[in-house]
Design a protein around this ligand. Structure first.
Ligand code: CA
Length: 228
């Protein structure tokens, strides 16, 4: 999955990027607020890690603009400011959660998972349908009782498809959810990825809709699982 890292401190940003990449994230890193706003407008991020003290546009302003534009991407505010006023303002402006520096990296990962699954409408770490269940904590998928481990890219792809089961995502939409800036993406990368996942999970798990893209079948549930 892709994360947008907004951090102007070179050392903090660099170590955070490395640690996130080591945990399977594709990281786009920007160091000032205006670029953060344009990256958010481009979309495709599972989560945004936002520093508040930034050159050219304050992090709070980045967040306010994104929410005003209807952007609902989960935003985790990372800040050295430990004043209660900043925390309250951040949450009121639309942050999903915040962490005060210094924090433990494991806690950051856990909070990222939490804000993402809340956006997915799940109270625990499992999202998906009756047929395909994805555990955001362990990156395991369960299909027909069989549990399989997914690579970082397989996980990003399946997560994108399971956000709205039944919805068709195009090749461009899937690429924007899987690959970060500057990553070489061959024209058939998504096909190769899906081919491998079908072999692993069964051909029916991800269906091709000719000319449009791919989808995971919506659960054959009698009610709509509370989604309005
Ligand atoms: Ca800063």
């Amino acid at each position: 999955m892709r994360v947008l890292l907004v951090e102007d401190d070179e050392m903090i940003g660099d170590s955070l990027r490395r640690a996130l990449e080591a945990n399977g994230w594709s990281v786009d890193w920007v160091k000032e607020g205006e670029l953060a706003s344009s990256a958010m407008a481009d979309g495709g991020y599972a989560c945004v890690l936002l520093d508040l003290g930034l050159p050219r546009r304050d992090g709070m302003d980045v967040l306010r603009r994104a929410r005003a534009a209807g952007d609902r991407t989960p935003v985790l505010v990372l800040t050295a400011r430990d004043g209660v006023e900043d925390r309250i303002t951040g949450l009121d402006v639309g942050a999903d959660d915040y962490l005060v520096k210094p924090y433990e990296f494991r806690e950051l990962l856990a909070r990222m998972r939490a804000v993402i699954r809340r956006r997915d409408g799940s109270a625990d770490s499992v999202i998906g349908t009756e047929a395909v269940r994805l555990d955001l904590g362990t990156r395991e998928v369960v299909v027909g009782g069989e549990r399989s481990q997914l690579s970082a890219r397989e996980f990003a792809l399946l997560h994108a498809l399971l956000e709205r089961p039944g919805a068709i995502l195009s090749r461009d939409q899937l690429e924007s959810r899987i690959y970060g800036w500057g990553e070489e993406v061959s024209s058939n990368a998504v096909d190769v990825l899906i081919h491998g996942m079908r072999r692993k999970l069964g051909a029916d798990t991800i269906r091709n809709v000719r000319g449009l893209g791919w989808r995971v079948a919506a659960a054959p549930a009698p009610d709509k699982a509370g989604r309005a």
